[in-house]
Write a protein that binds this ligand. Structure first.
Ligand code: TYD
Length: 141
């Protein structure tokens, strides 16, 4: 699938831990945007969309949450609860973020600026576009 867990290298010394994220050393794409999501109430599901081109890395810098990542062919739930793990999510992956703990802070690193025309928010529309996308990108299925 066009998503994977990325181990982020921790610089540890007697003072604590630090994780640098720099393109092209640790990041596979140059960043144009970051945002973070926190204070999410119980039972809330965020996301529920796909992007056509955007690449992202999701990191739970505090607390825990789950990410449901779906394609027309597969579905997986990933728990993020470790600031040294990133979830890379490539183009044409349907994602939903849920089960945020009270202290969860989800940091998102994004390859492009915010662009509503890159979003697919309707699942039926997503399935149609994803079928043809994965037909021409079979290696990412
Ligand atoms: P939304 O896409 O609904 O967030 P989520 O993916 O968590 O469900 O975005 C919430 C609001 O924030 C919406 O009004 C669009 C705005 N927004 C920006 O202005 N810039 C951004 O980079 C993002 C991700 C959202």
């Amino acid at each position: 699938m066009n998503s994977r867990i990325v181990d982020l290298e921790i610089k540890t010394d007697g003072r604590g831990k630090l994780i640098p994220l720099e393109y092209p050393k640790q990041l596979s794409f140059p960043l144009q945007r970051i945002y973070y999501i926190y204070d999410v109430n119980n039972g809330i599901v965020r996301g529920r969309h796909s992007h056509r081109d955007l690449e992202q890395i999701l990191i739970a810098v505090s607390g825990s949450l789950k990410v449901r990542i779906k394609t027309p062919f597969s579905e997986e739930i990933v728990t993020l609860n470790d600031p040294s793990k990133g979830l890379y999510v490539g183009p044409m992956i349907w994602r939903e973020m849920l089960d945020f703990s009270d202290d969860a802070v989800l940091l998102v690193l994004a390859s492009h600026e915010y662009d509503e025309s890159d979003y697919i928010r309707d699942y039926e529309q997503y399935k149609n576009e994803a079928d043809s996308y994965f037909e021409s990108h079979k290696e990412q299925k």
